[in-house]
Design a protein around this ligand. Structure first.
Ligand SMILES: *Cc1c(COP(=O)(O)O)cnc(C)c1O
Length: 392
C-alpha cells in the first residue's frame, strides 16, 4: 500500500481482507445453516454493505439510526437485486417516537425487558415483526474487562432468570410469553467458542424450558471467529446442538469478526521531543481516532515496529490534543523518527470510524477503500464544516 499518497490521517479498509473474513463467516453459515448478521456498531462502512449483505444474512442495529442505515444501504438495495437481507434491532429501551419509524426498517425487534415487550410487542407483532427478548444468563466469562461484561452485578442488559420467571407467573405472563419468537443473549467480547459453550450451558439451564417454544435463538456478538486460532469446529458444534435440541434457527451477530485485521490508520509524525523518553507527536489521536486504545485499553499493532527496547529507537507515540493521557503507546523502530514519516497502525477498521470524535477540534481522518485490484479509493474526506456543524 502506498501510504505516502493518501491524505493523513486516513483510515484505509482493505476489501480483500474483509472478503477473507466474509469467506470464513459464510463457511460457518453454509456448514451449519446458522444466520450471521453484521453488527453495525463495530463497523459501519456502508460502501461495503452490498458486498457484506451478499455473503451474510443481513445486519443488526443498536437503535433507529443504525437500523435505518442497514435498511437504506443493505436491505433495500439488495432486495432490488433479489437478495433478501434481514435487518434486526436491539435497544435497552425504545422510544415512542422512534418505534413507528423502526417498524418501517426492521424485521426482528429484540426487547430488553418485559415492560418493553408489553409496551411495544403488540404493535411489533401486528406489523408482522419477529419479536425477541434479551436474556442475561448471569455467566461472566471475561475477567478484567468489567466495562464489557453484561453479566456483571446490577447489569441493565438482559432479563435474568428470576425476572423471567416472575413475569411468566404474573397476570399477563402467558400473553407476554406468547409474543416471543426468540431469545437473545450477548455476553462475549473478543472471545473464543469455549466461552460460548460455557455460556450456552448457563442459557440452557436457566432458559432451556422456554426455548422449545421459540423459533430462534440469537447468540449475540463477541465471537472472534475470524481470529487465527479461533476454534470454529467447536462453534459449529454449539450451533448444531441448539438447532437439534430446540428446533430453533441460530443467529450470530458479530461486529469485530467481520472487519477484524482488515483496516489501517495511516498517520504522520509531526514533531519529536524528549522528556526522559523519546516522544513523537502524531497527527492522529488515541482519544479522537482510536478511543478503544484508552477505553479497553490496548496497544494497537504498528507496522514495522517492535516492543519498547526491541529495536534501536524507542518512542512514546501520542496525539496533538491537550489530554495528557492521549498516548497510543511505546514502540521501537530501526531508525529515528523524523517529521513527515508515515506510520501505519493496524487493525483499525473496527470500533474506530464509528467512535471517532472532534475533541480539541481534531480533524476526522479521511476514509479510503483499498479495492481488490489494489487501487486505493478515497471515499470521504472531512473538514472544518464537519467539526462546526456538530456544534451550535
Ligand atoms: C456489541 C454487540 C454486538 C457485536 O459485538 P462484537 O464484539 O463487535 O462482535 C452484537 N450484538 C450486540 C447486542 C452488541 O451489543
Amino acid at each position: 500500500m502506498e501510504s505516502a499518497k493518501l491524505p493523513s490521517p486516513c483510515y484505509v479498509v482493505d476489501e480483500a481482507l474483509i472478503e477473507k473474513n466474509l469467506d470464513i463467516l459464510a463457511g460457518v453459515m453454509e456448514r451449519t445453516g446458522a444466520r450471521i448478521l453484521l453488527a453495525q456498531k463495530a463497523f459501519s462502512l456502508y460502501a461495503l454493505y452490498p458486498e457484506i449483505g451478499m455473503r451474510l444474512s443481513g445486519a443488526t442495529a443498536s437503535g433507529l439510526f443504525e437500523a435505518r442505515l442497514g435498511y437504506e444501504e443493505m436491505a433495500k438495495p439488495l432486495a432490488a437485486e433479489g437478495k433478501t437481507c434481514e435487518n434486526h434491532v436491539f435497544s435497552p429501551a425504545f422510544q415512542e417516537e422512534e418505534f413507528e419509524q423502526l417498524l418501517g426498517f426492521v424485521d426482528h425487534i429484540v426487547f430488553n425487558s418485559w415492560r418493553q415487550v408489553e409496551k411495544f410487542g403488540p404493535r411489533a407483532k401486528a406489523a408482522g415483526k419477529s419479536v425477541g427478548l434479551r436474556v442475561n444468563p448471569e455467566c461472566s466469562t471475561q475477567e478484567g474487562h468489567a466495562i464489557y461484561d453484561p453479566c456483571g452485578p446490577g447489569s441493565r442488559l438482559g432479563v435474568t432468570c428470576s425476572c423471567f420467571e416472575a413475569a411468566e407467573k404474573g397476570e399477563k405472563g402467558a400473553e407476554l410469553l406468547a409474543m416471543l419468537d426468540g431469545l437473545h443473549f450477548h455476553t462475549l467480547c473478543e472471545q473464543d467458542s469455549d466461552d460460548l459453550e460455557r455460556t450456552l450451558d448457563a442459557v440452557e439451564e436457566k432458559f432451556g424450558k422456554y426455548l422449545s417454544g421459540m423459533k430462534w435463538i440469537n447468540f449475540g456478538g463477541g465471537h472472534h471467529i475470524t481470529r487465527p486460532g479461533y476454534d470454529i469446529p467447536r462453534l459449529e458444534r454449539c450451533i448444531r446442538k441448539m438447532q437439534k435440541t430446540y428446533g430453533v434457527t441460530v443467529y450470530l451477530e458479530p461486529g469485530e469478526a467481520v472487519a477484524l485485521n482488515a483496516g489501517f490508520l495511516v498517520c504522520t509524525v509531526l514533531e519529536t521531543m524528549k522528556n526522559g523518553v523519546d516522544i513523537a507527536i502524531l497527527d492522529t489521536s488515541a482519544a479522537c481516532h482510536m478511543p478503544d486504545v484508552l477505553e479497553m485499553p490496548y496497544r494497537p499493532p504498528l507496522r514495522g515496529s517492535g516492543q519498547p527496547g526491541e529495536k534501536a529507537y524507542t518512542y512514546r507515540l501520542g496525539g496533538p490534543t491537550c489530554l495528557a493521557g492521549d498516548v497510543i503507546g511505546d514502540y521501537s523502530f530501526d531508525a529515528p523518527l523524523k517529521e513527515g514519516d508515515r506510520l501505519v497502525f493496524e487493525d483499525m477498521a473496527i470500533y474506530s470510524m464509528v467512535k471517532n470524535n472532534t475533541f480539541n477540534g481534531m480533524p476526522l481522518p479521511a476514509i479510503a477503500l483499498r479495492q481488490k485490484d489494489g487501487q486505493c479509493r478515497i471515499l470521504r474526506q472531512f473538514g472544518y464544516e464537519d467539526f462546526k456543524t456538530r456544534l451550535s
